[in-house]
Ligand binder design. Structure first.
Ligand SMILES: [Zn+2]
Length: 313
């Protein structure tokens, strides 16, 4: 007969925090907490909050498209060797439940849906805009591009570290507090510096990733692709992108590394606009890692390019 706690956990999965086993406290040991994070923003947040007390790895290798990633059997083994598994939510990593189910049976690993409680944008806007049927996912998964959401994620990460390693709770809380201040400062800079631009539209030849950012800073956003990286580009949106660039005489169009840079080049040739890069956080290359990129450094580069592309002072 399963215990009441196991039944409650089973019923509430996958809606709640996801460890149904008692958290193992690392107090009294000198071992670093082992943490695995699915994608780059989480990986970066975790290594900042965890500092020297935590060893963090990233599940998806650099250069991988996060939206079309398929979980391999050895991924599950790799993840289950950790104390904590961090993922965004079931919109971003639709396969996370597979890891959670295995971990629930076999390990004492804590699985944390860091996007729980985040402000969410529905995907219906882009689907309506393109005359499509409702998207399979209900919400836009790129929640970290709203820096308030990023701060909520930091809190979740810190709480999970404390749950597994309570003796270092002050250390984790301090790191989290300091990092959230940096995110708040970045948010202020975005507000201030994107406030006086000549245009208020992000024209993006990549996939639908920047809606949170656009919403936050009162910008219009048009992307060539939906959130599904494997989908075809949206013809109506390509037409609109070309039309807007010509109408506004914009010197730049935004592209991203992993999704169809060729489409961006074609639009650039058609319109005479040059290409400017925007990084969505989850597309991280080996080169970025080698150069020591951080979430904040990527977002600072984005701000420079947004200002350039939207003709801000
Ligand atoms: Zn994406």
């Amino acid at each position: 007969m399963p215990s009441k706690k196991v039944l409650v956990c089973f019923l509430l999965l996958p809606l709640i925090i996801l460890s149904c086993q008692p958290a193992k406290d690392n107090s009294g040991t000198n071992h670093k907490l082992k943490v695995i994070a699915t994608i780059f923003p989480l990986y970066d947040f975790a290594r900042i909050v965890g500092g020297e007390k935590v060893s963090v790895t990233m599940l998806l290798p650099p250069g991988t498209d996060a939206h079309s990633y398929e979980l391999r059997p050895d991924d599950i083994i790799k993840v289950s060797k950790n104390n904590i598994f961090l993922f965004i939510n079931f919109e971003m990593e639709q396969w996370a439940y597979k890891i959670i189910n295995v971990a629930k049976e076999n390990t004492n690993m804590l699985a944390v849906e860091t996007g729980q409680g985040a402000f969410l944008l529905p995907l219906t806007d882009i689907d309506k805009q393109n005359g499509q049927e409702e998207h399979a996912s209900k919400f836009d998964p790129h929640i970290w591009l709203d820096f308030d959401n990023a701060q909520r994620m930091i809190d979740k990460i810190a709480a999970s570290f404390i749950r597994k390693d309570s003796k270092n709770s002050d250390y984790y809380l301090k790191n989290a507090r300091e990092y959230k201040l940096k995110l708040r400062a970045l948010d202020k800079r975005y507000h201030k510096e994107l406030n006086k631009c000549q245009t208020k539209v992000i024209l993006h030849a990549g996939h639908w990733a920047f809606a949170y950012l656009a919403k936050k800073y009162n910008l219009k956003y048009i992307a060539a692709y939906s959130t599904s990286a494997e989908a075809e580009p949206l013809p109506q949106n390509i037409f609109t992108l070309v039309k807007e660039i010509k109408k506004l005489k914009l010197p730049y169009i935004y592209y991203e590394d992993f999704i169809a840079p060729r489409l961006a080049q074609t639009i650039a040739q058609e319109t005479g606009a040059k290409l400017l890069k925007l990084n969505n956080g989850h597309d991280i290359s080996k080169d970025d890692i080698k150069k020591g990129a951080t979430f904040i450094s990527l977002m600072e580069e984005n701000l420079v390019n947004l200002k350039k592309g939207m003709l801000c002072p």
